[in-house]
Design a binder for this molecule. Structure first.
Ligand code: RIB
Ligand code: CA
Length: 315
C-alpha cells in the first residue's frame, strides 16, 4: 500500500527534483505539497509549487498549500544558487494561481483527515509550516506517522554559516519547536546529503525534454551545475532534498542513530546550529533519529532510477 505523505518544500532546484521523483513514485501517495519560504520568498515558493505540479500534472493532484513569512522574516535566501525565481531561471508558466489555503492549515487538515499515524511529513525546507501546524493543533505531533526533515548538521560544517545549515537557519525557533515536539522525527543532515554529488554525466542521462519530467530537469539542472561550479568550484551538484526523499522511500539505505538534539536560537555565531548531546554519558533525552551514514552508490542509483521511472509514469 502506498505511503501517504505531505511534501513541505521551498522550491528550490533540489526541491523541484524531489517533487518530480515523489509525484510519480508508486510507493508514495502525495496527499499535499505545501510551500514554505526559504530558497525564495513565500510568494515565489507558492508560485513555484503550483508551477511544478502544473508542469507534471500527476494523475491525482495533491492539495497545495500557500507559504507565509516566518514570524521573524527570512534572514537569507537561496537565489544565488537556485536563481532569481528559485528554479534556475526556468520561469515556468503558471496557468492560474488557484486560491490555496495556508500550508499549515493544509497539513493539519490532511493529517486529521486520515487514520492516526497514516500520514508522514517530508520537510524539505525551513520548518516554519510544521511548527505552525503543531502550534495550531497540539495533538498533531502524535497523529503524524513520521516527520522526515532535510536539515542541520551533526559533525560537519554548516552551509549558510560556519555552524548552521540553511533550512534550520531560516527559522531557528520553528526548528527548535519541532525538535522538541513529541513527533517521531528523522533528520537527514548535511553529514549525509553532502556525501551525494551528481556529476555532469547526469545531464546525459536525463529523460527527453519532450517528457514532463525531462522538460523540468533539462531546464533547472544546467543552472544548478553552473552555480555549484561558480560558487564552490564543484564539478557536480548536491541534491539534498532528493536524498532526504530517498530516506522515506528506501530507508534501508540509511543508518539511523537515535540522538538527543536541539537548535540554537540565540547565538551570535551559532544561530541555527543543530546541537547534539554526544557526551560519554548524555544528559539530554534522545528525541530524534539522525541519518549520518548512507550507502552512497545505492542512493545515487535509486535517484537515477527514480528519475527514469517518474518520466515513464508521467509521460
Ligand atoms: O541546506 C540544503 C537545504 O536548503 C535544501 O533543502 C535546499 O533546497 C535548501 O532549502
Ligand atoms: Ca529545500
Amino acid at each position: 500500500m502506498a505511503r501517504k505523505v505531505i511534501l513541505d518544500c521551498d522550491p528550490g532546484i533540489d526541491d523541484a527534483m524531489a517533487l518530480c521523483l515523489a509525484l510519480f513514485d508508486p510507493r508514495l501517495e502525495v496527499m499535499a505539497v505545501t510551500a514554505v519560504g526559504g530558497n525564495v520568498t513565500p510568494a515565489q515558493a507558492t508560485r513555484n509549487v503550483q508551477a511544478i505540479v502544473e508542469q507534471l500534472d500527476p494523475p491525482r493532484w495533491p492539495r497545495l498549500g500557500a507559504a507565509s513569512p516566518p514570524d521573524n522574516g527570512l534572514p537569507v535566501d537561496g537565489r544565488n544558487l537556485h536563481g532569481s525565481d528559485g528554479l534556475g531561471g526556468a520561469d515556468f508558466d503558471v496557468a492560474e494561481l488557484h486560491h490555496v489555503h495556508p500550508s499549515e492549515k493544509v497539513i493539519c487538515d490532511q493529517v486529521r483527515g486520515a487514520p492516526p499515524g497514516s500520514v508522514s511529513i517530508i520537510a524539505l525546507g525551513p520548518l516554519t509550516n510544521v511548527a505552525r501546524a503543531f502550534q495550531r493543533d497540539p495533538e498533531l505531533p502524535g497523529l503524524v506517522g513520521e516527520l522526515i526533515m532535510m536539515g542541520g548538521t551533526v559533525a560537519g560544517p554548516g552551509n549558510i554559516t560556519p555552524t548552521a545549515e540553511f533550512n534550520i537557519y531560516c527559522d531557528p525557533p520553528a526548528a527548535r519547536a519541532v525538535f522538541r515536539s513529541p513527533s517521531t522525527k528523522t533528520l537527514i543532515p548535511l553529514d549525509a546529503t553532502n556525501r551525494i554529488v551528481l556529476n555532469f554525466d547526469l545531464l546525459n542521462k536525463l529523460p527527453a525534454p519532450s517528457t514532463k519530467v525531462g522538460n523540468i530537469l533539462h531546464r533547472i539542472l544546467p543552472p544548478a551545475f553552473r552555480g555549484y561550479r561558480q560558487r564552490f568550484g564543484l564539478e557536480g551538484i548536491h541534491v539534498h532534498d532528493s536524498v532526504a526523499l530517498m530516506a522515506s522511500i528506501h530507508p534501508e539505505l540509511f543508518t539511523i542513530e537515535e540522538m538527543a538534539g536541539d537548535v540554537e536560537t540565540a547565538g551570535e555565531l551559532t544561530l541555527g546550529m543543530t546541537v547534539f548531546d554526544r557526551r560519554r554519558v548524555p544528559k539530554w533525552r534522545r528525541n530524534i533519529g539522525v541519518a549520518q551514514h548512507l550507502r552512497q552508490r545505492e542512493v545515487v542509483d535509486a535517484i537515477l532510477r527514480g528519475i527514469r521511472e517518474a518520466a515513464a509514469h508521467a509521460g
